[in-house]
Design a protein around this ligand. Structure first.
Ligand code: SOE
Length: 385
């Protein structure tokens, strides 16, 4: 197929810069697409590190000022993978310059910061997407197909966890390149915006809007040295957050996230219980989806362990041969392939900025509920299918 170039300008070169760059490089090798990403420029404040990243990943040029990157005529799409406090300014400027935008999650630190971003992309009419990548792991996409098929029957429960253990040491500072996630000024929140946002995005995609929430948060380590000042400063992110909620479809939700679950590195799990069947998934075993169907004949009834690696299962027809699987990085390859396909079809590549704004509403309601020790309505309007 003759291919049109989609010239990418990447802002930020950390962990997420690598996942996105890998996606741009791989998508066309495995998916038949009319558009082909060209790694035009990477932008970062540290010139040496930006240059090294450009050489490693094959970017044609570098910039040290994102405003210059956005002003370039040879950039079609801006990819934002900088800390959360910079997303809004970059995205709004990029939209006003008519660039397409692919933004790392969460959309921004708060709903107040997110809304002008939604307005900007919608006013400019530019294609946009937010990297809530887990939706595009084949087993999670299969979960969506199963839920949409109605196989589970009426849904009663949605349960999700995202557990990590990397911030238990009191010696870990906050702020700076690697640890801005511990600094509320840069991150907005702790596990709520960083981890629960993933769970909320998947949950609303699978089970519809979350109407109201009741939450508790805890900050276990109250003070940490700040990298910028070298001084001990108050920690205001949530280290752990638990909430329960009602979904608009009448089902109950239970969510937990922490960075203090010793032994768990990135244990994202969810389970859905319906009247007829249940499903559950675990990021540490990401190619498997477990399924229980009460309608099975009694003598064989039990949890089925589906190894999602067959050609007729989501995305897998584009990879190897049945039985051979994919990994974490493929969720980004799939999101980029779907974004490129959306440019052909003219359809939105979900989650869009508007979808991610709805997730931000739930995050804000969770934090407000924990602060006030009270139930909060989310105001979510979940239209995505
Ligand atoms: C935090 O440790 C983190 O890297 C998140 O920022 C990512 O979004 C999540 O997918 C894995 O954990």
């Amino acid at each position: 197929m003759p291919q049109k170039e989609l010239r990418i300008g990447l802002v930020g070169y950390g962990f997420m810069g690598r996942t996105h760059s890998n996606g741009y490089k791989r998508a066309n090798d495995f998916f038949d697409l009319a558009y082909r990403p060209v790694l035009k420029a990477v932008c970062g404040r540290n010139a040496d590190k930006t240059k090294a990243f450009a050489e490693q990943w094959g970017y044609e040029s570098t910039e040290s000022d994102w405003k210059k990157l956005i002003a370039r005529d040879d950039i079609d799409a801006v990819d934002i993978c900088t800390p959360n406090d910079t997303h809004a300014e970059i995205a709004i400027a990029a939209a006003e310059a008519g660039k397409m935008i692919l933004c790392e999650k969460p959309l921004a630190r708060t709903t107040a910061e997110s809304k002008p971003m939604v307005d900007a992309v919608e006013k400019a009419g530019v294609p946009n997407t937010v990297y809530y990548n887990y939706r595009r792991l084949p087993a999670v996409t299969l979960a969506k197909q199963i839920v949409d098929s109605g196989k589970l029957g009426k849904i009663f429960h949605y349960r999700a966890n995202f557990l990590q253990d990397w911030t238990i040491s009191e010696d870990l500072p906050q702020g700076g390149e690697g640890l801005w996630r511990l600094d509320a000024a840069a991150a907005g929140s702790g596990v709520t915006g960083d981890l629960l946002a993933h769970c909320i995005d998947t949950a609303m995609w699978l089970n519809g809007g979350i109407s109201d929430v009741s939450a508790m948060t805890e900050t276990f380590i109250k003070q940490r040295e700040h990298v910028a000042t070298g001084k001990k400063q108050e920690v205001t992110i949530d280290d752990a957050c638990l909430f329960h909620c009602h979904f608009a479809n009448g089902s109950l939700g239970l969510f937990e996230s922490t960075r203090y679950a010793r032994g768990h590195k990135a244990l994202y799990t969810f389970e859905i219980n319906g009247a007829d069947a249940s499903i559950r998934w675990d990021l540490h075993d990401l190619n498997r989806l477990e399924y229980f169907d009460h309608r099975d004949e009694g003598i064989v009834r039990g949890w089925r362990n589906i190894h999602v690696s067959d050609g007729d299962q989501p995305y897998m027809g584009n990879w190897w041969v049945p039985g051979l699987c994919v990994g974490y990085e493929h969720s980004f390859v799939h999101q980029i392939a779907d974004f490129l396909k959306s440019l052909e079809t003219g359809e939105a590549c979900h989650p869009t900025f508007r979808d991610a704004y709805e997730t931000a509403k739930v995050c804000d309601a969770v934090l407000a509920s924990a602060k006030d020790r009270a139930w909060k309505d989310t105001g979510v309007e979940w239209a995505e299918k």
